[in-house]
Design a protein around this ligand. Structure first.
Ligand SMILES: Cc1cc2nc3c(=O)[nH]c(=O)nc-3n(C[C@H](O)[C@H](O)[C@H](O)COP(=O)(O)O)c2cc1C
Length: 171
């Protein structure tokens, strides 16, 4: 029975890449799965849950997964986004996600930029509600890069240590 689950939702592969880096940095007794295939979460002591920011928020399939996280479960959240790291837009979705897992113990969060597919960009540029981040999206083209993935591995090691110690700091 695996102790740590890395669950991700990813449309174009960016979040999956980050999930795989997190997974690689974790100690043994772990499993990685798309959120839709995660199944019963009860056996896991710690869950990493990752998603791409969509329309400033959490995509619906990830929302369904996050709402299903059992009360008291230790969890860490991660996301990828086209907008600049640290911007309000990039934080909003993680804040929303932390509300969805309200009963769980949030150990920490991580996010980095992820390239936006040309197809998505073309559609998004036409909708006024996306103007706020669509301009920034072009410069995300090289992400997640080696440095992002190294940061993700550091995050994973830090959370694994916190989880083992039983610490809980919230957002
Ligand atoms: C429909 C759609 C909506 C998006 N909305 C946002 C957004 O509001 N803010 C943002 O920073 N990035 C947004 N993005 C960019 C994605 O978050 C980014 O490309 C992400 O890394 C994709 O991850 P994935 O490859 O795992 O699907 C959007 C992308 C798509 C396709």
């Amino acid at each position: 029975m695996a102790k740590t689950l890395v669950a991700y939702y990813s449309l174009t592969g960016n979040t999956k890449l980050v999930a795989e880096s997190i997974f690689g940095a974790l100690p043994d007794d772990k499993t990685i799965k798309p959120m839709a295939e995660a199944g019963d979460l009860a056996p896991y002591a710690l869950i990493f849950a990752g998603f791409p920011v969509q329309t400033h928020s959490v995509p619906y399939p990830a929302e369904v997964f996050l709402r299903s996280v059992p009360e008291g479960k230790k969890i860490a959240l991660f996301s990828t986004h086209g907008s600049v790291t640290g911007s309000r837009l990039s934080r909003e979705a993680l804040e929303h996600a932390s509300v969805l897992i309200a009963g769980a113990k949030l150990l920490g969060t991580f996010s980095c930029r992820g390239k936006v597919s040309m197809k998505a960009l073309e559609v998004l540029m036409q909708s006024p509600e996306h103007e706020a981040w669509a301009d920034m999206a072009a410069s995300a083209a090289t992400h997640p890069d080696a440095s992002d993935l190294e940061d993700a591995r550091s995050f994973a090691r830090w959370i694994a240590t916190l989880g083992a110690q039983g610490h809980y700091r919230g957002l």
